[in-house]
Design a protein around this ligand. Structure first.
Ligand code: GLN
Length: 492
């Protein structure tokens, strides 16, 4: 079969169950596409062809002996932030180039237990800091919709492999939008779960109080399948929640659109820099949801102006602490011929970290330093609480909150935004992480350059099923999620 890359996860699962094709054939099909097409997209940092085929054969045996899960034998790509035993994990950084983890991240281990086949590891902004995937030591990944544009970031490789049909779905992480924004830029569905829903064990830390892994795929249904694998308590992550996990696939129709109250924050639609095409497509999608029975209501989120300054203190502060472990001593990059231990630290870190990571370590260290801790870090934590309360107040009157995922469509590669311009692009996503809430991106159309636009729906805590269900039903009445970039139509 030559069109296996066009199958939904449900169709792949059924095809494997009915032995219409084997996991080996499916895996080989993706490996062939990667070999032919990834040189244009540059999304894979590591392709694990040999291991993938071995996993595929094992999956085929499980299928034959009746011991398969729904996903046994289906390929996946992992963001290169999830530790993979025996396979290089770089986090997009020179400092971890050639780092091979002695263990699997919980998310990766759960994937293996479910029978998923790992195609490889995909590119990302260095340590997940960025919105374009250009800060990767391994170079820029291309947006499959327009190869001179970025796929977004930091999970840009995850988004690009799905949009180019080089993997049926992928893992991502979202500290301040890194699942939702690349999903938006590449016309995909991506879910950032409630903080604590998905284990962070073995997920290389950026800002630990904000980091959360989640699924990226074409549709809400595909995401639901992956969420069933990723979600759940993990004793190895002290912030993972002991709370029963929904069957996200079974719940895809669990939320009635009729009567669903969708809040539209006034402040969000008056942001400077919100592109008119983005605004128009998002408004059209809300109209569609209204036609399907939802009730739209304007709401206030008064803390909007505080999002960017608050996030860009807390995230770098935590990053500066987390990244202190890369010292050139225990693992990772070490400079040549250090004179003494201080020289070893200094040069290993200066040579091993890229410019954006160094900028954030400097900001974070400054914000945490003795004289400034109260003025910056403590104050940002207080504002963080106000931002959370703002959302909780809104949820007294509405079920979900609608917003764009990003103010613009994908940037051009090399657009060379200043750091502040880049940070302002995170306005719609970062408050969700500060509050620990779940949110989803759904593709809702294209701008005048045929670049995808995304709608974001923010839910109350633990409402992942509800968000997936709303988007699933929207996707039963629209076809944005099934449209493909030209490069995805190329056959291997
Ligand atoms: N663009 C944001 C940042 O650079 C988000 C990153 C993320 O979610 N990992 O911090």
């Amino acid at each position: 079969m030559t069109d296996l890359h066009r199958f939904s996860i449900r169709a792949l699962s059924e095809g494997l169950a009915q032995a219409k094709f084997s996991s080996r054939e499916l895996t080989q099909h993706y490996l062939d596409r990667i070999a032919k097409i990834d040189s244009q997209v540059k999304a894979y940092v590591t392709v694990t062809a040999e291991q993938a085929l071995a996993q595929a054969d094992a999956a085929d045996t499980l299928r034959q002996t009746g011991n398969a899960t729904a996903l046994t034998g289906i390929p996946i790509a992992h963001k290169d932030i999830f530790c993979t035993q025996g396979i290089k994990t770089t986090a997009g950084s020179k400092i971890l180039d050639n780092f091979i983890s002695p263990y699997d991240a919980t998310v990766v281990a759960k994937g293996k237990d479910a029978g998923l086949v790992t195609l490889g590891k995909v590119n990302m902004d260095e340590f997940a800091m960025g919105s374009t995937s250009e800060s990767s030591y391994f170079g820029a990944t291309k947006n499959p919709w327009a190869l001179d544009h970025v796929p977004g970031g930091s999970s840009g490789g995850s988004a690009a492999v799905i949009a180019a049909d080089l993997a049926p779905f992928a893992t991502g992480t979202d500290t301040g939008g890194s699942i939702r924004q690349p999903a938006s830029f590449c016309g995909l569905t991506g879910l950032k779960p409630t903080y604590g829903r998905v284990s962070r064990f073995g997920m290389i830390a950026y800002a630990s109080s904000l980091d959360q892994g989640g699924p990226m795929a074409r549709s809400a249904e595909d995401c639901a399948y992956l969420m069933n694998v990723m979600a759940g308590h993990d004793a190895k992550d002290s912030t993972s929640m002991e709370k029963s996990v929904d069957d996200y696939v079974a719940n895809l129709n669990s939320t009635a659109l009729k009567g669903l109250r969708i809040g539209i924050p006034k402040q969000y639609f008056n942001v400077d820099g919100l592109a008119s095409d983005v605004k128009a497509r998002v408004e059209e999608s809300l109209k569609k949801l209204e036609e399907l029975g939802a009730i739209l209501a304007e709401i206030d989120l008064n803390m909007t102006e505080a999002y960017v300054p608050t996030y860009y203190l807390i995230a770098p502060a935590e990053a500066s602490s987390n990244l202190s472990r890369y010292d050139g001593v225990r693992y990772g990059y070490r400079c040549d011929e250090p004179k003494d231990i201080l020289d070893l630290y200094k040069r290993s870190r200066s040579e091993g970290f890229g410019a954006e990571v160094q900028r954030r370590i400097l900001i974070g260290t400054y914000a945490l330093s003795a004289g400034y801790y109260d003025a910056y870090y403590v104050k940002a934590q207080k504002v963080r609480r106000l931002i959370q309360q703002d959302f909780l107040k809104a949820f007294e009157n509405v079920d979900v909150i609608a917003a764009p995922s990003a103010p613009t469509t994908a940037y051009k590669i090399g657009a060379d935004l200043t750091p502040v311009e880049m940070y302002l692009g995170d306005i719609y996503t970062i408050a969700v992480n500060l509050a620990g809430l779940p949110a989803i991106n759904a593709p809702v159309g294209f701008d005048q350059n045929q670049l995808p636009v995304g709608l974001q729906l923010i839910g109350n805590y633990w409402s992942e099923s509800q968000l997936l269900s709303i988007v699933h039903q929207y996707q039963q009445h629209t076809d944005f999620h099934t449209q493909r970039a030209a490069i995805a139509e190329e056959n291997a």
